[in-house]
Design a protein around this ligand. Structure first.
Ligand SMILES: Nc1ncnc2c1ncn2[C@@H]1O[C@H](COP(=O)(O)OP(=O)(O)OP(=O)(O)O)[C@@H](O)[C@H]1O
Ligand SMILES: [Mg+2]
Length: 316
């Protein structure tokens, strides 16, 4: 554990009862952040100098121009201002997003003592393990809605060691004074996340997925877990493609929110989920349904490629 992580563990927010502020400027003096992206709808993303961490600072000035995930779905009679206002990093919204993240952590993460810190780590790790140990038992629940003709192939993958794969980078959330010029003078939330050196799924050619079985299988497990998260918690992870209006049919497969690195597949964009039981604005109208439809389609395509390879190997 480096200095930074010790600091993060100390100042991180672990529940809505923690409202303490962290002296973020002191930290940034030691690890100056370089802006990586301000294109995101909700955050400015920085890379910390000399250490493998990124920081995502929640924005007080939202630019709906980039808000494809919501712009597509704003009903005409609901003003943009109203929508923007609700997504600003006030304590209520910060904790709403954080409690969704905690669910994402249970389904997509596998945390262990030593590689992560949380006051409730033992409970979190226990629940994560329960979910993973019983992955195959949820087949009926998942495939009732997300039907597939390849349950045999799927069951085999869900019973393999891949069921223990962690799909999340380590991350901590803190609250402190804004750093970006547009956030000056306001408190905001920061997500500190392990830097994942790799390529976004967006850049991976589909021919690679046809050939690379381990990559394909990891994606199958990840999508299955996302379906489970939706079935059990009504949450849909943000797997928007880079250009939602052009790459609409390639939802998930052309996303930048999933990165492939030497340690496999990782979901890096954890701030936002659609809660499908929410009101019309946050639910995003048809977006989550659309995302699930495309993910289902890709899920079956990946399983089909997997089946073809298994059959081919069986004939050799
Ligand atoms: N853990 C990470 N490791 C490496 N690069 C990252 C990491 N997190 C984010 N990035 C880089 O920053 C970009 C933006 O990050 P992210 O997807 O989390 O937020 P966003 O989509 O810009 O913002 P928002 O979700 O608020 O709209 C990513 O596409 C990626 O290139
Ligand atoms: Mg993103």
């Amino acid at each position: 554990m480096n200095d930074l992580e010790g600091w993060l563990r100390k100042y991180a927010i672990y529940s809505s009862k923690d409202t303490h502020k962290a002296p973020i400027h002191v930290l940034f003096q030691k690890y100056p952040p370089t802006l990586l992206s301000e294109r995101g709808m909700l955050s400015y993303v920085y890379k910390c100098e000399n250490i493998p961490w990124v920081v995502k600072e929640a924005k007080w000035e939202l630019d709906l121009h980039f808000a494809d995930r919501i712009k597509l779905s704003i009903p005409k009679n609901i003003g943009e201002k109203l929508l923007v206002d609700r997504l600003l990093p006030r304590p209520e919204e910060i904790f709403r997003q954080y409690s969704q993240y905690q669910k994402v952590l249970l389904y997509l993460g596998v945390s262990t003592e030593g590689n992560y810190f949380h006051p409730d780590l033992a409970d979190i790790a226990h629940t994560q393990l329960q979910i993973r140990e019983h992955l195959v038992d949820y087949l009926d629940v998942v495939t009732k809605e997300f039907t597939t003709r390849h349950t045999d192939v799927l069951a085999k993958i869900l019973l393999s060691d891949l069921k223990y794969k962690n799909f999340l980078p380590k991350e901590y959330m803190i609250i402190g004074k804004g750093y970006h010029a547009k956030n000056l003078g306001r408190d905001t939330s920061y997500i500190f996340q392990e830097y994942i050196a790799g390529a976004p799924l967006h850049d991976i050619d589909h021919s690679i997925l046809k050939k690379n079985s381990s990559l394909r299988q990891e994606l199958i497990v990840l999508i299955y877990l996302m379906f489970l998260l939706y079935k059990k918690e009504h949450l849909v992870v943000d797997t928007r493609p880079r250009s939602p209006l052009i790459q609409t049919l390639d939802w998930i497969m052309k996303t930048e929110n999933i990165v492939l690195s030497r340690s496999g597949v990782t979901l890096i964009d954890t701030r936002w989920c659609w809660y499908t039981k929410d009101d019309i604005v946050r639910r995003g109208l048809i977006i989550p349904n659309f995302a699930l439809w495309r993910m289902h389609n890709w899920f079956n395509k990946l399983l089909y490629w997997e089946k073809k390879e298994v059959t081919y190997q069986g004939q050799m």
